[in-house]
Design a protein around this ligand. Structure first.
Ligand SMILES: [Fe+2]
Length: 170
């Protein structure tokens, strides 16, 4: 009779169940961060008004797809580690700083909110990379690539903010 052989070593081994569950919890948090970022970037790529908003709006429109791709990668990795991707009722929002501003021409509010969201992602993903060191190189590799994307986003929006500061608008 054929039996399913469980992995003898590595992150999928029975002996590593506890470690695997810790990693899954971190991946769930990352998944929800990406999902909330998708929501926030949709709203902030549509709400802003004015000539100055166009660059920001177009950038966020592209980022929506990229962040959605990140969410899908985190979800896939949760499954690969024998976890279950959580349902929507487990979601709780945290991005107070990316709520619509009072005035839809207040693009500095959006830029600062994006920087804060990216900073939060960078902090969490850096922790995941540290926690998976020598334990789960596949998750670590995936998160390194995602971290690279988030650093790129933050740098882009820091550049936008500098321009607004130079114009005396921030
Ligand atoms: Fe992301």
């Amino acid at each position: 009779m054929a039996t399913v052989r469980s992995a003898a070593q590595g992150i999928l081994a029975d002996d590593n169940t506890e470690t695997r569950e810790q990693i899954i919890e971190m991946l769930k948090k990352a998944y929800w961060m990406e999902i909330e970022t998708v929501m926030s970037y949709i709203t902030n790529s549509i709400n802003p008004d004015g000539v100055r908003a166009q660059e920001i709006v177009e950038s966020l429109q592209q980022d929506v797809q990229e962040e959605l791709g990140h969410a899908q990668q985190f979800a896939q990795r949760i499954k690969e580690l024998y976890g279950v991707v959580p349902g929507s009722l487990e979601f709780s929002a945290e991005q107070s700083y990316l709520q619509p501003p009072e005035e839809q021409t207040d693009i500095v509010h959006v830029i600062k909110g994006v920087i804060e969201a990216e900073t939060g992602a960078i902090e969490h993903y850096t922790r995941v990379i540290e926690e998976t060191e020598g334990i789960d190189p596949v998750t670590q590799d995936m998160v390194i690539a995602i971290l690279h994307d988030e650093q790129g986003h933050r740098r882009l929006f820091e550049g936008f903010l500098r321009e607004y500061e130079a114009l005396g608008l921030a």
